[in-house]
Design a protein around this ligand. Structure first.
Ligand code: 9WO
Length: 253
């Protein structure tokens, strides 16, 4: 997969795309992250990329021409037009479902705004979709683009895909992840739950599923509402709730 990022800060995106699983996906040729700087398409002596908003008000907007020319230049590299996403708090919220859909594309272009924003006509005519990574305002779209690249990039990596079967991956089932433990078995911070040491794989699977369901119920009831739960899931969640209530009332007495 190829991802092009239209950004005034290409070094930021390039350094993000070099590290960890995403960096490995790039070095293995599974992912290619390119940057394109609108400043390289500015035509005046000062290489201007900002412009004053009509109607007045504080701040500047990104000028149309350098942005349009940068987009045209990355679109020229393939016969089929690439899907163009603009990172924006005005966009629809990014979900793991949308990440999995985007990860199947051959090409993706991420447009990163700076200043107070982008001329609406660029969004209407040159951008296919606006995506938000959360309900907060950043100083630009680059950090949000890095999130998209990371979430997509890890799905391109073959080794990781083997290690995490789709079912086990947090959120793939629409639930939060279960708790994890490593050595030592006994620590001043506490002990590892006995069941994980039992070697009884069916009990371990049930415990993990119960914890995932219980945590989702406690922390993200909105996710639980939308999850498709089997009969055994409902029974496990009821068990969790009963134990949770018992522990709370027991603790209070
Ligand atoms: C500023 C602002 C102020 C009050 C109410 C709404 C507002 N929206 C913005 C805004 O979108 N500013 C942008 C800053 C202009 C272009 C780039 N910037 C940006 C992108 N900030 N945050 C993002 C972003 C992108 C994706 N997901 C979350 C945030």
């Amino acid at each position: 997969m190829r991802i092009d990022v239209i950004t005034l800060f290409p070094e930021f995106i390039e350094s993000c795309a070099l590290v960890g699983v995403v960096g490995r996906a790039q070095s293995r040729g599974l992912l290619q992250v390119n940057t394109c700087n609108p400043r390289d398409f500015a035509t005046d002596n000062h290489r201007t990329v900002d412009s004053r908003p009509f109607g007045g008000g504080p701040g500047m907007l990104m000028a149309i021409a350098p942005l349009r020319d940068a987009l045209a230049s990355v679109q020229q590299d393939s016969a089929q037009p690439a899907h163009v996403v603009c990172m924006s708090p005005q966009g629809s919220r990014l979900t793991q479902q949308r990440v999995m859909e985007l990860a199947r594309l051959d090409r993706l272009v991420l447009v990163c705004g700076r200043y107070e924003g982008i001329d609406e006509r660029v969004l209407e005519h040159l951008v296919d979709e606006e995506l938000s990574v959360g309900d907060y305002v950043l100083s630009g779209g680059e950090l949000a683009a890095a999130i998209v690249i990371d979430a997509i990039g890890r799905l391109q990596d073959g080794a990781l895909n083997d290690a995490l079967s789709a079912e086990q991956d947090s959120f793939n089932a629409g639930l939060l992840d279960c708790p994890h433990y490593t050595r030592p078995v006994e620590d001043e911070l506490g002990a590892v739950p006995q069941v994980l040491l039992s070697g009884d794989h069916e009990s371990i699977r049930r415990w993990r599923r119960k914890q995932a369901l219980g945590r989702t119920w406690l922390r993200r009831p909105d996710l639980l509402m939308r999850a498709q739960l089997s009969e055994s899931d409902r029974a496990l969640l009821e068990e969790f709730r009963r134990e949770y209530r018992a522990a709370r009332t027991g603790g209070a007495l």
